[in-house]
Ligand binder design. Structure first.
Ligand code: FAD
Length: 579
């Protein structure tokens, strides 16, 4: 993160500072794209362009010093400055002010969150001198983006870049006060980071202001970390839902009495469904228990995603899709766990029971809750995922292993196929299983092929106990133990492939009547539709679907496929379902 002293922020503002001081203050490489795109983040519209979009808003006047919107409170939409100037400042929960930008005639004042139907402001906006501005409410901003595509593109890019800037400069979000490495600080920061929300961590051990807050509020240890919201609300070690609620991320109400489609799961499959469904005019709500992005959001670099030749991080990919779905009007409720699906359709609608007791009523349901790869209990496993720990073996990973020694963990057919495949690239494949052999879990033809391949060593009664490496180089060494004599061995191995199976997230479908296979994957194919479940109107996409290819690309493709099926179902059922 770029570290700019607060004093500089106060006097110069994030943007001016970024332009003039980036040489003086160490700014990391990741921040550069924002600086070089400053014009795109704060463009000015011409009089002709403003005339084109006047129909979306209404002119308002504000006196010098008047607040147009306030951090932590609902705001009414985007302002386009017609005359005068609006000063935008971020304010943290301790009342410290960070100038963000001064916006004059032709410039627009909004950021990504303004697209939501009920947006909460991340900053204060105050009139400097008399101001006349065009106020465009959220639904009209979205209409503008669709109807005036070229202007919509400029505005959307600016909104995304502004959010990126707020995140980089940790401005406009809550203060998380606690030891940086503590489990609950990591939990809350992970939630905020995964949901693209700006925040700042203050460690009382090194930050006097944070130490002062802790001294004044004297929380017991279970009440740490403290979270101070921009509006001054103080939360003591909140869960994610309470934090989201306090920040206005989780609306008090789901906006409609009935949706065309409720999508459960906001990974690539759910996001793709949301983008296509909302762009095709359906009313959409997406519910996720954790964050947008799903498993893909945890991937440091996706190398095989269509259209990204240099690779893209899972968060960057799915954040784009999230913004795109919002642009088309999809609603999101995160974090909200869905507990039950009622398919009795007494009133013609499906009903989803949420963990907070609310119900969502919908004409169709898309199950996109994914599956979680089983992971062995190795302490720092997550740190090496995508950096030497893999859950599949494609030609890309095979290239990384060329001429090296690799480990495959697992004794099923997928592990066997991967072993045979990787043996054609790696110098040596160590195939580790905890049991006494492969026969119980693998097809005999694969067992024979493995036995015939001198590059593959089957190591029975063996388990990995430690992974070692560095953030720069990823995995470097692996330690394993023989379960026969407890002897431990460490070897310089940089690639470990885990094939331990995956558990689908479908417990919430119990009792719904949706047919599952013995492992819990959703059985699809009803009526010849590859994404239709056994219940008409309930569809499944992505990893949760029996037989799906467990990849980001296929999850995205299935999301698009579901939308065609949704249209057919909705057309056939329009007359029977109430609005
Ligand atoms: C570390 C890692 C790296 C990867 N790298 C790659 C890669 O490089 N290339 C590639 O093609 N694939 C990769 N994958 C696989 C890829 O991420 C998955 O195939 C893809 O994310 C599946 O998408 P999905 O939408 O079906 O499900 P998921 O991504 O699993 O998303 C499911 C979502 O549903 C939510 N959910 C579950 N239950 C509920 C409930 N009851 N209520 C509400 N929400 C719920 C979860 O919180 C989650 O957000 C990787 C996976 C991992 C774990």
């Amino acid at each position: 993160m770029a570290s700019l002293p607060p004093a500089v922020l106060r006097t110069a503002g994030i943007l001016e500072t970024a332009m003039t001081r980036s040489e003086t203050y160490a700014v990391d490489a990741a921040a550069r794209p924002f600086y070089v795109r400053l014009d795109e983040a704060f463009p000015a519209l011409t009089d002709t362009q403003i005339a084109r979009i006047r129909r979306f808003g209404s002119a308002r006047r504000f006196a010098d010093g008047e607040l147009l919107f306030e951090a932590g409170k609902r705001r009414s939409g985007m302002f386009i400055v017609l005359s005068g100037q609006i000063a935008v400042t971020a304010r943290d929960g301790l009342g410290r002010i960070t100038p963000v930008a001064d916006q004059g005639p032709g410039q627009f004042v909004a950021e990504l969150g303004t697209l939501a139907d009920d947006p909460t402001s991340l900053a204060d906006g105050r009139a400097e001198g008399d101001v006349e501005a065009l106020l465009i409410p959220p639904e009209k901003i979205r209409a503008l983006m669709v109807e005036e595509a070229d202007l919509g593109e400029r505005i959307m890019r600016a909104l995304v870049l502004r959010r990126v800037a707020l995140i980089e400069f940790e401005a406009g979000g809550p203060l998380v006060i606690g030891a940086a490495a503590s489990r609950d600080v990591v939990r809350l920061v992970d939630f905020l980071r995964r949901n693209g929300h700006p925040h700042r961590v203050l460690d009382p051990a090194v930050d006097p202001a944070a130490a002062d807050v802790v001294a004044r509020l004297s929380p017991v240890s279970s009440e740490l970390p403290l979270v101070i919201c921009p509006n001054g609300d103080i939360l003591r070690n909140p869960n994610q839902a309470a934090l989201a609620h306090a920040l206005g991320l989780l609306g008090d109400r789901l906006l409609r009495s009935a949706y065309d489609v409720a999508i459960v799961g906001c990974g690539p499959a759910g996001l793709s469904t949301a983008v296509y469904a909302a762009s095709e005019g359906l009313s959409v709500v997406v519910l996720d228990a954790h964050a947008f992005g799903g498993q893909a959001g945890a991937s440091a670099r996706i190398e095989n995603c269509f259209g990204f030749p240099t690779g893209i991080s899972g968060v960057a990919l799915t954040a784009r899709a999230y913004a795109q779905a919002r642009k088309f009007g999809a609603e999101f409720a995160i974090p909200v766990e869905v507990k039950e699906l009622d398919c009795t359709r007494k009133d013609g609608l499906f009903s989803l029971l949420l963990e907070d007791g609310r119900h969502v009523r919908t004409r169709t349901v898309v199950v996109a809750t994914g599956a979680r790869y089983r992971r062995p209990a190795i302490e720092n496993l997550a740190a090496f995922e995508g950096r030497g720990v893999w859950y599949w073996a494609s030609p890309f990973e095979a290239k990384l292993c060329a001429g090296q020694e690799v480990i495959i963990v697992g004794g099923g057919n997928s592990a066997g196929q991967a072993a045979v495949f990787l043996a054609g690239h790696a110098a040596r494949v160590r195939m580790m299983v905890r049991g006494s052999g492969l026969a119980a879990s693998m097809s005999s033809y694969l067992i024979q092929r493995i036995a015939a391949n001198s590059s593959i060593d089957v190591m029975t009664a063996t388990e990995i106990v430690a992974l070692e490496g560095s953030p720069e180089l990823g995995l470097e060494r692996v330690r394993w133990r023989s379960r026969r004599d407890d002897a431990e061995t460490t070897a310089p191995i940089a690639n470990v492939f885990l094939f331990l199976g995956a558990d689908p997230a479908t417990s919430w479908l119990a009792g719904s009547g949706v047919a599952l296979d013995p492992l819990g994957f959703v059985i699809t194919g009803s009526g010849g539709l590859p994404v239709a479940s056994s219940i008409p109107g309930v569809f499944a996409a992505g990893d949760v679907r029996l037989g799906s290819v467990k990849r980001v690309g296929s999850a995205i493709g299935e999301g698009a496929q579901v939308v065609a099926a949704l249209h057919s179902f909705l057309e056939a059922n329009t007359l029977t379902a109430p609005g």
